[in-house]
Design a protein around this ligand. Structure first.
Ligand SMILES: [Zn+2]
Ligand SMILES: [Zn+2]
Ligand SMILES: [Zn+2]
Length: 444
């Protein structure tokens, strides 16, 4: 820290850090950019990293994972919020009329793979975990009942009542197959919605398009479930209204049917998976129980969380890792072991379970949306970079050019990543951001 502070170019370093928004693992780039006048070939401006501290430019890592970089994850969370919200009320290129389109917020859950300790509340009261009168012991001698009212931070939450009875293989296979199950759900939903309105899927497309935005969330027991916004549009997406017969009620019926009907198979093991029976479907309204802000905030929050909330690792398992020695929850260890074991099975190669063992088998994208839902993260980023560029111009780093008349020749090379421990502390001081290990209530 003192070394960095005493550098003659400390001010320039600090301003680089400020521009990365407090990223704790910035990418270091070495290189140059040259701006030429296209008509005359004159060099108008040259930027090179040779003048920068350590000869590199530091740019944000842009991770979405809060456990790796809180600053970049916060940018991702805010962008996701804007993206989901634009799909509900308009903005960012989506017309405001979209708010009158029928729209649902649904949660698709995973089935049970064995009883786990849970915390359930009813009317503000915590209920007993698994109260069973006359509960019989399992083959391993464990009584299949738990009458405790678990506190919210009880480490046993999500842990099986009997680990020996728990279906770890089923749990990781479900995670691995869930993206396919989701895909089939969307197809079945379209089919059913068409049928309810007496149309073929092809004919439906001429009147209605169905837009999705979804996010995967890990439950404490280590399986993913999906939260999704489903919206009805006219044939041209958010810019066209759906016909009057395309109602939220009909969409709800189609969702319920599709969620119960679809299956996905893991053929080599003769296992068939379907969604859990707990399906939550609620209409999103501007002033009702479930507002567009609440939905956008909810989805955005989960977009920056990965499996680490289950107590697993936030990096890949390496071949030389000793699974028994890793600092992870026992339940996560069993799930990772199941991935590693099933990953050896040649018939399951396409599930890439070894590769995704640290994610407990899930290899899908955390947040995805259909093409018509709203704007894209890329467009939001481009808008922000444009803003940064405008700042550069006013602070004198880049001369103001006519975009179309200037040719930019740039060459960049990766030159490393990260900050030293001392630099991290300085970055926190400069930007007012927390470090991951200092944590906060949201990091649980
Ligand atoms: Zn970062
Ligand atoms: Zn319990
Ligand atoms: Zn048992």
């Amino acid at each position: 820290m003192i070394h960095r502070l005493n550098q003659p170019d400390y001010d320039r370093w600090a301003s680089q850090i400020k521009r990365t928004g407090g990223c704790l693992q910035p990418i270091h780039l070495r290189g140059k950019a040259e701006h030429y006048d296209q008509a005359t070939g004159h060099l108008l401006h040259r930027y090179s990293t040779t003048q920068e501290p350590n000869g590199v430019l530091r740019v944000p890592c842009k991770t979405r994972r809060a456990s790796r970089c809180p600053a970049c994850a916060e940018v991702y969370r805010a962008d996701t919020y804007q993206l989901v919200r634009a799909g509900l009320v308009g903005g960012k290129g989506v017309p405001e009329t979209v708010s009158s389109h029928p729209c649902l917020f649904i949660t698709l859950t995973a089935p049970s793979f064995g009883a786990v300790h849970v915390r359930r509340e009813k009317n503000g009261k915590v209920l007993p975990c698994h109260a069973r009168r006359d509960a019989q012991p399992c083959p391993h001698g464990i009584i299949r009942s738990c009458t405790e009212r678990h506190s919210a931070d009880d480490p046993r939450l999500g842990e099986p009542l009997c680990p020996d009875c728990y279906d770890y293989d089923g749990s990781v296979l479900f995670n691995a197959i869930s993206p396919e199950l989701w895909r089939r759900f969307t197809l079945a939903l379209r089919r059913r919605f068409a049928k309810l309105n007496g149309l073929t899927v092809k004919a439906l497309r001429e009147h209605v398009s169905i837009a999705f935005a979804k996010v995967a969330e890990y439950q404490r027991r280590g399986v993913v479930h999906f939260h999704a916004v489903i919206r009805l549009d006219g044939p041209d997406g958010p810019h066209s209204p759906p016909p009057a017969w395309a109602t939220a009620d009909a969409l709800t019926q189609a969702v319920q049917h599709a969620a119960a009907a679809v299956t996905a198979e893991v053929k080599p093991l003769s296992r068939t998976f379907r969604w859990g029976t707990q399906l939550d479907v609620r209409p999103i309204t501007m002033n009702g129980d479930l507002t567009e802000q609440a939905v956008a905030a909810y989805i955005a929050k989960y977009a920056t969380k990965a499996a680490e909330c289950v107590g697993t690792l936030d990096r890949r398992i390496q071949p030389l890792d000793n699974l028994d020695a890793l600092p992870i929850r026992e339940h996560a260890r069993h799930l990772i072991a199941a991935c590693m074991r099933l990953g050896e099975h040649s018939g399951l190669a396409e599930l890439r379970l070894t590769h995704w063992a640290h994610m407990l088998g899930f290899r899908g994208h955390f947040s995805t949306k259909s093409r018509h839902y709203s704007t894209t993260l890329g467009e939001l980023r481009a808008a922000r970079e444009e803003h940064m560029r405008a700042q550069e111009i006013t602070t004198g780093r880049l001369p103001l050019f006519d975009e179309d008349a200037v040719l930019v020749v740039a060459h960049w090379a990766y030159a490393g990543q990260g900050l030293s421990a001392g630099e991290q502390l300085l970055a926190v001081a400069i930007t007012g951001r927390r470090t991951p290990h200092l944590g906060g209530p949201d990091d649980r």
